[in-house]
Design a protein around this ligand. Sequence first.
Ligand SMILES: Nc1ncnc2c1ncn2[C@@H]1O[C@H](COP(=O)(O)OP(=O)(O)OP(=O)(O)O)[C@@H](O)[C@H]1O
Ligand SMILES: [Mg+2]
Length: 295
Amino acid sequence: MAPQGRRQPKQIAIYGKGGIGKSTTTSNLSAALSDEGYRVMQFGCDPKADSTNTLRDGSYIPTVLDLLREHRKVDAHDAIFEGYNGIYCVEAGGPAPGVGCAGRGIITAVQLLKQQSIFEELDLDYVIYDVLGDVVCGGFAVPIREGIAQHVFTVTSADFMAIYAANNLFKGIQKYSNAGGALLGGVIANSMSHPFQREIVDDFAVRTHTQVMQYVPRSIAVTQSELSGKTVVEAAPESGQAKVYRELARRIDGHAASTVPVPLSTDELKEWGALWADQLVAMESGEIRGQQEAI
Ligand SMILES: Nc1ncnc2c1ncn2[C@@H]1O[C@H](COP(=O)(O)OP(=O)(O)OP(=O)(O)O)[C@@H](O)[C@H]1O
Ligand SMILES: [Mg+2]
């Protein structure tokens, strides 16, 4: 139990298809929340263990599972490394490739910190889990299923496969919602470079009864910052892109009530995708114009 007077941190999980921008978004979110004065831990749940490196000048840290493999007893403090603005960085790590379940690894890593009352000791406001994307393996549903996170946000682009992965995630959230699982806070639309992409993500959000938390443009500032081992919030704090991440952080901070999404069935999703494909062809040929372009 938390010591008297200590609140529990808000625990958030960021999901999304592989390579969609989860770690970039999560690290910029952590950086922006810490700039607001919050005490933040970023917890990478990807066996690649590369979630937190832009918070640490591009350097990698030993993972909880590595430490557990090397030592019989692990002091959780040894798995926590300081990043930008005092952000606590942790990487769960994973089993040896091809062996074991990554989900189990996440449970083990979170349990180690919980058993040693780390969240209370560090008096955290936020723990943000960056979770490897496609919920094809039950293991990656762990942060939703095991009551580890309370709010889930999914990063998606307007690409069909990214939306397909988000819809699968919604199915997972719906499935575990009766058993006290995490609920959906909303969608973060990443890599926006054309108005029709917003329309696609907006339409998907409406149909699945959720909301878009922020539209994050595709930006060279992200690439430049990443190459210098930093978040945009740290490397280019005055840039438009940093403002977008700060606004996202404020919206997530102000967000209280997550909900159960209503995923599309496989057939509905296919039909929906086909309708958009027709619409895009029509847009390209000049037959119709995108709503936002027409304004
Ligand atoms: N808004 C953006 N603008 C430009 N580049 C971006 C943007 N978001 C992400 N990227 C780039 O896309 C690549 C993948 O991003 P990132 O590593 O954050 O994805 P991920 O979802 O965490 O991937 P993985 O599933 O492998 O963990 C990175 O090179 C990153 O710089
Ligand atoms: Mg990642």
